[in-house]
Design a protein around this ligand. Sequence first.
Ligand code: NAD
Length: 283
Amino acid sequence: MANIIDGKEIAKQVRREVRQKAAQFAKAHGRAPGLAVILVGDDPASCIYVSNKQKACEKVGIAGQTLRLPEKTSTEELIDEIERLNRDPATDGILVQLPLPRHIDEKAALDHILPIKDVDGLHPDNAGRLLSGRALLEPCTPRGCMELLKRSGIPIAGKNAVVIGRSALVGKPAALMLLRENATVTLCHSKTAELKQYTSMADIVIAATGKPGLIKGEMLKPGCALIDVGINRLADGSICGDADYDSAVQVAGWITPVPGGVGPMTIAMLLDNTLIAAEAQNA
Ligand code: NAD
């Protein structure tokens, strides 16, 4: 039976550390670090995520502000808002809540965020920095996965790691981060033939596919660590990950639950990224 990795508890530790760093920053600079979140439109899920981020900021001493723009905002108007925040010295981090309304050119807008304020770590400069070993701001979810592994004492160097999913948000950066920690990394995706061939040899599996129940216990190496990034809503309204939890928990040595695993870490790493951005701009 696997050890359950308690993402809520580990996220609490990270938030405690961020609170200390935020207090030191405020003492040194006479203001709290600032995070601006831009929400375009009123998608109900996005409204909840944004309000959670605002509350999380308040708890750790980050000055969070939410800018609510109407659904009909144009790409140019969004870029104007981003440029204004780029110039604002009290805004250390900028996050545009995704998804944006379909008429907005998402890439064009996000590329206008100053890389040093890009707390989501999605700007091409930050992606390139991660690739070339000079990372500054890294995507929050894969950072959260790495913290879960490290803080659970799971060895990474020299181990076989399999990442399933190749998005720019999760899979690709997770693979690069594992590689940086000297794992031997395989990146699987929807076109991978025989997924089990790879997962059954893996000491670490990070699953980020959005396919409920994809990873079954029989596909895993006994004792492995399974980090389940997936957030899938089932027909009955419940949330589950990419793992078939009941069978995976019997085989894995460590497993993250959904909810309560990677999810709380993503927001904790966003707060930490805001501190990294604030310190880098005020060094
Ligand atoms: P995405 O849709 O951009 O990418 C999914 C990836 O999974 C693709 O690269 C695809 O090739 C791969 N894939 C799909 N079906 C597959 C299969 N049968 N076998 C192997 N690979 C397959 O999604 P994303 O943005 O990377 O998110 C992935 C999941 O993680 C989603 O459920 C999302 O909700 C969740 N997520 C959770 C958090 C969090 O904080 N916990 C953050 C971001 C995303």
